[in-house]
Design a protein around this ligand. Sequence first.
Ligand code: PGA
Length: 249
Amino acid sequence: MRSKIVAGNWKMNKTYHEMEILLGELEAKVPDTEAEIMVAPSFVNLPRAFMMLESSVIEPIAQNMHFAESGAYTGEVSADMLLGIGIETVILGHSERRSIFGETDDVLAKKVVAALAKNLRVVFCFGEELEDRKSDNHFNIVADQLTKGLFNLEADAWKNIVLAYEPVWAIGTGETASPEQAQEMHAFIRKAISDKYDATIADNVSILYGGSVKPANAAEIFSKPDVDGGLIGGASLNADDFMAIVKAI
Ligand code: PGA
């Protein structure tokens, strides 16, 4: 059985003190749920987040990491550094990493391999741009991102993969994919995995939707059979909104 997951991607938001306040609020509002709950503060705040959440059901996760073990990579963070502060899950391939920081499919494939080699769990993000959808090329783009990023993995590696389908045109824009569009793409993704590997792997992988998920639209999106949760940006910065989304699952 695949897990239901709601993950908050805080991006470059929340100072140390602001994070302490938000984590305190989140802790106070955690509903009774079987869903896994994750939050991704910035690197500098992760050790404190780990300490604050040590006995919590909320898991602190990282927003990124480098593929190299260590070395001359100014400004980067390695898998061992994350493990060293207790972090067990990392987001890779977020569309902002791809578009603003130039991370290619090849770089992301290396990052995935490096993270899995250290037993980190990977939340792998991918999704098409607006032009791709307008030109009806969205399925090809998504299949290509999956193939280049993940289809070199051994079957066994998939137990540590969570997918986050995030159409770029829906991220931070207030425009959400309709529940039908999300379901259609998630089913396509699951079928692609089943074709490449097998139905058991495809059935067991959690596929999150991301892109302007809010308390008002979460329940409908999460009601779709192939949508196993959400990767939440803006709405994860407010404790009431984030926990309302967690409840919606
Ligand atoms: P958003 O961001 O919820 O603010 O659209 C989602 C994401 O970037 O993961």
